[in-house]
Ligand binder design. Structure first.
Ligand code: NAP
Length: 250
């Protein structure tokens, strides 16, 4: 892999994705900030990276849609060059609920947004990175969640199950492409200060749960970004199919 990477980070306008994009930009890598609807946050972030001397573009695309994923990757091919790092980060959750109250519409939305999107982006990345297809290799980092282990009872089992699927995707794909120059790893954040908890209907969720966390605090997006960056870098060159928990001990 070249020392200057070309990194696609999905859902990078806000939260963990934005902290990750900033870190890649600061390290001198070319960055594609993907976002779904919040053009303002994505544009401001891109301006910050470019003002600091970085190379960066923003691409609006709903990564749960096949045609939009194909457009995202071909835009990066044209503008930044062939992708060497994919960070699958875009994800959603819905209002806290028990399973009895979940509709098929909600469950399917969570699975499409959190799982189909990761599969589609992995597919496009592998087509470009794999030595089997003439590529020079690369690294994929999937952002899962500690919820894959806890199951998130009484909050969002659908979300937790979608992250379980991300863990299994990571394991299977890592083995499928290990001999083709591609490493596939996973970061599993715990309770991180971002907007996502408000989407679950409880903006102060971390405040309520922080005493259950061994280190007694929520994490910052920047702390997750460091783990993602390490798994995308040559420093982790002998790690593939692994899960790095960034959970304060939870
Ligand atoms: P966030 O602050 O809510 O940001 C989510 C980002 O994903 C936004 O930039 C959003 O775009 C984007 N997005 C959502 N659906 C998308 C789609 N279909 N296509 C493209 N972009 C999409 O979330 P976060 O807390 O940073 O979460 C990032 C990842 O970490 C998620 O996978 C989440 O499950 C995981 N995670 C978070 C925590 C936590 O405590 N925060 C814990 C464990 C795991 P717009 O801005 O355009 O809407």
């Amino acid at each position: 892999m070249n020392s200057q990477k070309v990194a696609i980070i999905t859902g990078a306008g806000r939260g963990i994705g934005a902290a990750t994009a900033l870190l890649f930009g600061r390290k001198g890598d070319a960055v594609c900030i993907n976002y779904k609807s919040d053009v303002e946050s994505a544009s401001k972030l891109a301006e910050t990276i470019i003002a600091a001397g970085g190379r960066c573009i923003t691409v609006q695309a709903d990564v749960s849609r096949e045609d939009e994923v194909v457009r995202l990757f071909s835009t990066v091919d044209e503008v930044l060059g062939s992708v060497s790092v994919l960070v699958n980060n875009a994800g959603i959750l819905k209002t806290q609920s028990r399973l009895e109250d979940m509709t098929a519409e909600r469950i399917n939305l969570i699975l499409t947004q959190n799982v189909t999107s990761y599969f589609l982006c992995c597919r496009e990345a592998v087509k470009r990175m794999s030595t089997r297809h003439g590529g020079v290799g690369g690294a994929i980092v999937n952002v899962s969640s500690g919820a894959a282990r806890s199951g998130s009872p009484n909050e969002y089992i659908d979300y937790a199950a979608s992250k379980g699927a991300v863990d299994t995707l990571t394991k299977g794909l890592s083995l499928e492409v290990a001999s083709e120059g591609i490493r596939v790893n996973c970061v599993r954040p715990g309770l991180i200060h971002t907007d996502i908890h408000a989407d679950g209907g409880e903006p102060e969720r971390i405040q309520r749960l922080k005493n259950n966390i061994p280190v007694k605090r929520g994490g910052q997006a920047e702390e997750v970004a460091e783990a993602i960056y390490w798994l995308a870098s040559e420093k982790s060159s002998y790690s593939t199919g692994t899960y790095l928990d960034v959970t304060g001990g939870l």
